[in-house]
Design a protein. Structure first.
Length: 726
DNA sequence: AGCACGCCGACT
DNA sequence: GTCGGCGTGCTC
């Protein structure tokens, strides 16, 4: 009488399937197994076992797969995530499994070569050099040997074909060497030491009151040395023989950061991100599961790695929206980190110079502990921030840099320093208008204006990616020479800067950077090295990379983003401007920032200018309270197909009518009309205000079940503080 | 995820 | 008349 195993399969299935456990096979919960599913075999994970039940009429489990089993906390995380995001359990499991794509992209098959002892059939000068180097019989990498001999790899290949060199499979280099927590380092400042002590003294989960939890908000301005502080917590964790995970937004996962890690721990850490594939992926997973890898630095998917003795999770730049996964299973990695920390019984450190409102609220209410780093490391002054009131200091017609801004750039360049002009607008001009007939170029799918990209000679929709060639004459009235670009984008600012400073080196940094991500990364390095005078950049320059030669940051339109109607508009703008102005003066020389604005009295701008972040948070939290908006708690629903706008709107309204919230839940939407087409689906947003203890998920399930269901295409993304449901 | 079934448009 | 588009449903 075989036992029954409940097997969860990593497909869009919400329930585990029952299989018989064949005699002779011993299974434990968490084991990875192969099972028959319909006509084929699939992997699955043992989610439950019933030793006494009879699986007589069930199909049997095929066998166990030799990969590390999923620990209980990780299985609980999968269950939790599925329930929380309304995703099928199997889809949540898929994120924790992600087995290596069989044979897809192999790790660069490292082969070494050594002298075989046989003389080459033909001898040349280049071949002689190679054989002289190889004559010691040692095994070298192909390119290493070629380099050492001062010839090209072709010569080495030729000698392999000839038989004078033989190839040997090299043992792959380990995914990461063990970090040394006691590697010699620059001593911490007093403030840093105090903060580090605070982190390490995090109450152990057993002794912590359930309410306080083990989550700590580590706040400190750009340059205050947060990284060094949480490195101490990582070091302490490693000393105790436990593992640490450092999560970063993918864009911040730079060589610069890994070098800083190496400076503290002697070696670079194991890294995990979407670009790591094939065999390397599996080796890291195995190393993490066995405990050989003690520290992982990774993007959000690293959250689902099979750590077996996790002792710490750090979420760096916790306010970053890149932590939100918006396709497949929708989740917020910062929140899931908090959940995993709770399930693993380990502390979670959320680090940011500009925390999200929800983390601030959680710190204020005592749910998170709050550790602050006052000022910058080494007593360096924060940049002096001044406004340029654009109503008084107007640029010339058709120009966008006001006279004080031009003077400041000039002075900075004369001092041999670097200046950054920040404008969060890609392309050349955000709107194209025909001055003959008044026609404005608009996206045919969305309601947005098409942005001119002069480099590409195209008009592009920044919502859906639609692009058309920029016409020679107006497509409406046929007039030549009347199409006028309105407003600035970074390309246009670069044009203006080039006219003002013709002999200076100017670089435009945006996600449109020609040559792709790798070239962009290189360009960031050269800017950091000071090989450029004026940087013109979008929000991309506000994140990750440090530019030590930068002493002036000029914000060209601080008001962009304040009027978008997004409930997080103020928060986002403040964070962005605070980060970008904080880039100034992080090297030897002090920095300053100039902010062009039409609204110097706007709360966000005023708080930025006063350097008083506290004031911003107080005002913003109060403003949301007054508007009946939650400090956090947003739900998003993705609905319906392309040409069916009317149907989609009808669905939206039907959903709104179906709303009948229980006490403690307030539905504030569908707040917006369909926003955009995202790969053939309309994107809606719903706002839901909750009180603690209300289970929004169950409520939403009911709500959606009662309403007319949009033909199976509904997806709900949830971005609510998970602590409410723990 | 795959795979089958089924219902409407455009073709040798 | 069929070929084939993908929308829907099912897999223990």
């Amino acid at each position: 009488m075989p036992a029954v195993a409940e097997i969860l399969i990593p497909l869009a299935l919400d329930t585990a399937y029952s299989y018989a456990v064949p005699p002779g096979l011993t299974l434990a919960e968490g084991d990875v197994v192969q099972v028959p599913l319909g006509p084929r075999e699939t992997v699955g994970v043992v989610w439950g076992l019933d030793e006494r039940a009879s699986g007589g009429n069930l199909r049997p489990v095929t066998g166990r797969i030799e990969v590390p089993p999923l620990s209980e906390p990780l299985r609980k995380l999968v269950d939790w995530l599925a329930r929380y995001t309304l995703a099928p359990k199997g889809s949540a499991l898929a994120m924790a499994l992600r087995l290596p794509d069989e044979g897809a992209q192999r790790e660069n098959p490292r082969i070494g070569v050594r002298a075989s002892g046989r003389p080459p059939a033909r001898q040349t000068a280049a071949r002689g050099k190679v054989l002289a180097v190889a004559s010691d019989g040692a095994v070298r990498g192909k390119s290493a040997l070629a380099k050492e001999a001062g010839v090209s790899v072709g010569v080495v290949d030729g000698l392999i074909d000839d038989g004078a060199l033989e190839t040997v499979a090299l043992v792959p280099e380990p995914v990461a060497l063990p970090p040394n927590p006691d590697h010699p380092r620059v001593p911490l400042s007093d403030a840093q030491r105090d903060a580090a002590h605070d982190l390490i003294a995090a109450p152990s989960p057993a002794s912590a009151p359930a309410e306080a939890g083990g989550t700590i908000l580590l706040e400190g301005v750009t340059g205050s040395g947060k990284t060094e502080v949480y490195f101490e917590a990582v070091a302490e964790c490693v000393r105790e023989g436990r593992q640490a995970l450092v999560l970063m937004p993918e864009i911040a996962l730079t060589a610069q950061f890994l070098d800083r890690f190496a400076g503290r721990f002697g070696v670079r850490p194991a890294t995990w991100h979407s670009g790591i594939g094939g065999k390397r992926r599996e080796r890291i997973r195995a190393g993490v599961a066995s405990g050989d890898v003690s520290v992982v630095v990774g993007a959000r998917s690293a959250l689902f790695l099979p750590f077996n003795r996790l002792g710490l999770i750090v979420v760096d730049e916790e306010h970053e929206s890149a932590y939100k996964q918006e396709d497949g299973v929708h989740y917020h990695a910062r929140d899931m980190a908090v959940v995993r920390g709770r399930l693993e019984g380990c502390p979670v450190v959320l680090a940011s110079a500009t925390p999200s409102i929800e983390s601030r609220v959680n710190a204020q209410s005592g749910r998170y502990r709050h550790v602050s780093l006052p000022g910058r490391f080494g007593g360096r002054p924060l940049p002096d921030i001044k406004a340029i009131d654009m109503r008084l200091d107007k640029p010339e017609r058709g120009r966008f840099l006001s006279p004080p801004m031009v003077n400041a750039v000039k002075a900075t360049l004369e001092a041999g320093e670097q200046a950054l002009l920040f404008l969060n607008r890609r392309g050349y001009a955000p709107l194209t208008l025909c001055r003959a007939c008044g026609h404005r170029y608009q996206c045919r799918n969305c309601s947005t204006w098409l942005v001119e990209h002069r480099f590409r000679r195209a008009l592009v929709c920044h919502q859906c990616g639609y692009a058309e060639r920029k016409p020679e004459a107006c497509t409406e009235c046929g007039a030549f020479d009347h199409l006028t670009p309105c407003g600035p984008g970074v390309e246009r600012i670069a044009e203006e800067a080039a006219e003002l400073f013709p002999d200076k080196r100017i670089v435009v940094l945006s996600s449109d950077f020609p040559g792709g991500a790798e070239r962009l990364r290189q360009e960031l390095e050269t800017v950091a090295a000071g090989e450029c005078d004026i940087v013109i950049g979008t929000q991309l320059v506000a994140k990750g990379h440090n530019f030590p030669h930068l002493t002036l940051v000029g914000v060209l339109d601080a008001d962009i983003g304040l009027t978008t109607g997004d409930p997080r508009a103020a928060e986002r703008t403040f964070q962005l401007l605070q980060q970008v102005t904080g880039r100034a003066g992080r090297g030897e020389r002090p920095g300053r920032a100039l902010v062009q604005t039409y609204q110097p009295d706007h709360p966000v701008i005023a708080a930025l200018l006063s350097g008083d972040a506290e004031r911003f948070y107080e005002e913003e939290i109060a403003a949301r309270e007054a508007a009946g908006l939650p400090p956090f708690g947003r739900l998003a629903a993705l609905i319906v197909s392309a040409e069916e706008r009317e149907k989609a709107e009808a669905h939206g309204q039907a959903l709104a009518r179906a709303a009948d919230p229980p006490p403690g839940v307030m539905v504030l939407g569908p707040a917006e009309a369909p926003l955009a087409l995202v790969r053939g689906r309309w994107r809606f947003r719903l706002l839901v205000k909750t009180e603690r203890g209300i289970d929004v998920q169950s409520y939403l399930r009911d709500w959606l079940a009662r309403g007319p269901k949009p033909r199976g295409n509904l997806k709900v993304a949830i971005d609510v503080d998970p602590q409410s449901f723990l």
